[in-house]
Design a protein around this ligand. Structure first.
Ligand code: MGP
Length: 236
């Protein structure tokens, strides 16, 4: 159980639809899919609603990433947001150590609090900062034994305006930037990307003679998003 405290400024636990800003009302209606323990006092920033990974998807991703080589016993969540993925990684019990990096202090406060709701906050090392500097500096040694997972911002909910999503112009970080920064520190990198992502752009990262795994994560028969698995993962 999380301690009963008031959320800091800019962080909310909305209780009724009337309190919810119009732009996020669609996500509010999905709140129990996003966090099944929503009513136990989950905290969100208004921006976090757009990008948080729904709980069943986060759990399935955690299960799939558990197939990384056994020598990899650390998990780094490079964009922890409000904690959806980090919590699922902690609940999986697969990792000796989990680092959750988030540069927005308000989102980080949500992630820590939400992890308390799920009883896993003490299993996670929380880092407030920018992954692009934290990874090569503070986590360089740990990253060698780590899988790096990144659920980056996609430039907001308007990603659906495009039939095929161009990962080269994804904002604020392109696929190339993410790949280069994360694969410089770890051989196993997983990115959570729009379901409409351009597969040709992803195929570029397949090593010669090797498969590049891309998986759609679905709910109620429709894809929510896809993950690309760069590195070695046991076949499902
Ligand atoms: P969505 O398409 O905005 O909404 O997000 P919805 O209602 O879930 O899908 P719809 O088909 O019913 O309209 C789909 C999923 O993408 C969400 O559940 C989030 O997990 C993820 N997502 C959406 N956005 C805008 C982002 C983002 O910017 N970053 C990340 N990492 N995930 C996002």
């Amino acid at each position: 159980m999380a301690p009963v405290t008031d959320p800091p400024e800019g962080v909310h636990h909305y209780e009724t639809a009337d309190e919810v800003p119009f732009e996020i009302s669609k996500y509010w209606h999905q709140r129990y899919e996003i966090f099944s323990k929503y009513d136990e006092g989950i905290w969100m920033t208004d921006d976090a609603w757009f990008g948080v990974t729904p709980e069943p998807v986060a759990r399935k991703i955690a299960q799939d990433i558990a197939n990384a080589p056994k020598s990899k016993n650390i998990l780094i969540d490079a964009f922890a947001g409000a904690g959806g993925n980090t919590i699922a990684f902690a609940l999986s019990g697969r990792w000796n150590q989990i680092f959750a990096i988030e540069k927005d202090p308000k989102a980080l406060a949500c992630a820590k609090h939400n992890a308390e709701v799920y009883g896993v906050a003490k299993k996670i090392w929380w880092i407030e900062g920018d992954s692009f500097t934290v990874l090569p500096k503070r986590l360089k040694q740990s990253a060698k034994n780590a899988v790096v997972f990144g659920s980056p911002p996609w430039g907001g909910p308007t990603y659906t305006d495009f039939e095929v999503f161009d990962l080269a112009v994804m904002q604020p970080y392109s696929l190339q930037q993410l790949h280069d920064a994360f694969s410089a520190v770890s051989s196993e990198v997983i990115l959570y990307l729009p379901r409409t992502s351009d597969l040709q752009q992803l195929a570029k990262y397949a090593k010669k003679g090797e498969k590049l795994k891309v998986a759609h994560y679905c709910m109620r028969g429709a894809s929510k998003a896809m993950c690309v698995f760069m590195g070695t993962f046991e076949a499902d």
